[in-house]
Design a binder for this molecule. Structure first.
Ligand SMILES: NC(=O)N[C@H]1NC(=O)NC1=O
Ligand SMILES: [Zn+2]
Ligand SMILES: [Zn+2]
Length: 505
């Protein structure tokens, strides 16, 4: 990493700087807030400092932001930076790369009443997420062609408070049609997503492993990723219980209806596809990313083997699988319904272990809200309610709060939430606080505790459907910068939505 010339000081200046540091005003925004338009800050060249700036692999002290980029970082010498003006000195708050959420459903066009770009990206900004990648389904139409990507982009115009990329859909209709897939990839989707079980959305049908193997060949040409919802209904399902004999309000009923064997069956089906991504394989250059792993047992073991053999494979899990366990899901509380389901506490512990050991590569929200009526909260019917956890704004404090007992470090957070997701999404200048990178930054106080209740400003469209409501969390987001624009600070958003759509070239 290049040491900046600005990071070195002559000794006399160092004394002056130390004095200046003592006199520093440590709450810069009260005076300087109020920039117009894209940023709450009236300048695009400034210095940002705190006792805890997280850069790759270590914690440094300060950075210079210029024209939307990180221009320099202080290496070893904080004091050379505190003489600079304007300086945003955040004291002992953490300055970290903004989070990159590679898995969010913003549901627009077509189902903007579920979330929408404006609400979704405002919630993201308030949660320290500076980039998200929108899923191709739950919007209508699904993003499965060049034309439907255009509709997405039109729907997103002037509504993005953070930067947003798009996954396209790999569905049976386009899987054997390389020119249609190439049209979608050339139009700028960052990669593709497919389901191996019914998706819950009619115009997003499921794919089998043959569709996937074919799709990967086209993806290989573009060196992009395929994200897979890996659950498959095994052919010989053991239906010893009739559905109408089961209590739909019982979480155990739902849990038993989607056992780990569904995840395992999908991963087994994918073994040839994974092999194809190895060096010299049929789809070398393509990458497989398994979304929201819940089964920490056989599914994980099979993927560890595939990685060892050289498959280009990554795995994500989501905060809800790390925070909650099936034992604590109240019967009838459909806010916790998601697929694959939240499993038992031993499994949750094993997911943490796999994450800490590096077998699970990264985290994502899988924010998948709906209108409250579809969650059937009054009936509490787990079998018919919409499956999806609403969490976008909360993932940073949740990961931190539930991760502290496992000794999670700030650098691990940056790796799981920024550095590796940036790679998956092909974003070479995002995901780290390093010279030349986008100045996408979250400033937060890990130690600040709060109760996630109605007094908390929540920007999701539907605030009461989140399973995190009522939880005591630690970690308050103070400020969020997207390409140098201060898009969120002091519970306020910038006036204009200046996030940009990210299109692959
Ligand atoms: N369609 C959709 O968003 N499905 C998501 N919800 C969920 O809980 N898991 C998913 O894959
Ligand atoms: Zn999914
Ligand atoms: Zn999803």
């Amino acid at each position: 990493m290049a040491a900046s010339a600005k990071g070195r000081l002559v000794p006399v200046l160092a004394v002056a700087a130390a004095l200046a540091a003592v006199l520093l005003y440590r709450a810069p925004f009260s005076k300087s807030l109020g920039g117009e338009g894209c940023s709450l800050l009236p300048h695009d060249h400034f210095w940002i400092a705190s006792d805890r700036v997280v850069t790759l692999g270590r914690v440094g002290p300060a950075a210079e932001v210029k024209g939307g980029l990180i221009n320099a970082i202080a290496v070893g010498d904080y004091r050379s930076f505190v003489l600079r003006r304007p300086l945003l000195d955040y004291g002992d708050a953490v300055i970290m790369p903004g989070l990159i959420d590679v898995h969010a459903h913003l549901d627009e066009p077509g189902r903007a009443e579920w979330e929408g770009f404006s609400n979704g990206t405002r919630a993201a900004a308030a949660g320290g997420i500076t980039t998200l990648v929108d899923m191709p389904l739950n919007s209508f139409p699904s993003t499965v062609s060049e034309e439907t990507l255009k509709l997405k982009l039109e729907a997103a115009r002037d509504k993005l408070y953070v930067d947003v990329g798009f996954w396209g859909g790999l569905v049976p209709e386009n899987a054997f049609n390389p020119s249609a897939l190439e049209g979608l990839l050339k139009a700028g989707v960052l990669g593709l997503k497919s389901f191996m079980c019914p998706s819950g959305i009619n115009d997003f049908p499921m794919t089998n492993s043959t569709h996937i193997e074919e799709g990967l060949v086209t993806l290989a040409k573009y060196k992009r990723s395929l994200l897979i919802h890996a659950e498959r209904i095994p052919e010989a399902e053991d239906h010893d219980l009739q559905e109408d004999e089961l209590d739909p309000r019982s979480y155990m009923t739902y849990l038993k209806s989607r056992p780990p064997s569904w995840e395992e069956a999908a991963i087994r089906d994918l073994q040839r596809a994974m092999k194809d991504t190895e060096l010299g394989g049929r789809s070398e250059g393509a990458h497989i990313h398994i979304v929201h792993l819940s089964d920490a047992k056989t599914s994980l073991e099979l993927m560890k083997d595939a990685k060892r053999s050289g498959a280009s494979l990554s795995i994500e899990t989501c905060p809800h699988y790390l925070a909650f366990s099936s034992e604590e899901v109240p019967d009838g509380d459909t806010r916790f319904k998601c697929s694959p389901p939240i499993r038992d506490d031993t499994n949750r512990e094993n997911l943490w272990k796999a994450l800490l050991d590096g077998h699970i590569d990264m985290l994502s929200s899988d924010h998948s809200p709906s209108t409250p009526d579809l969650k059937l909260m009054e009936e509490g019917d787990f079998l018919r309610a919409w499956g999806g956890i609403s969490s976008l704004q909360f993932v940073l404090p949740v990961t931190w709060s539930y991760g502290r007992k496992y000794g999670v470090t700030l650098n691990q957070l940056a790796s799981w939430w920024s550095e590796r997701p940036a790679k998956l999404a092909g974003q070479k200048n995002k995901g780290a606080i390093l010279p030349g990178y986008h100045a996408d930054i979250v400033v937060w106080k890990p130690e600040t505790e709060f109760q996630l209740d109605n007094n908390h400003a929540i920007y999701h469209k539907h605030q009461n459907i989140s399973a995190y409501l009522g939880k005591q969390l630690s970690g308050k987001v103070l400020s969020t910068f997207v390409r140098g624009n201060l898009v969120f600070a002091e519970d306020k958003h910038a006036n204009a939505a200046c996030g940009v759509p990210i299109l692959a070239k």
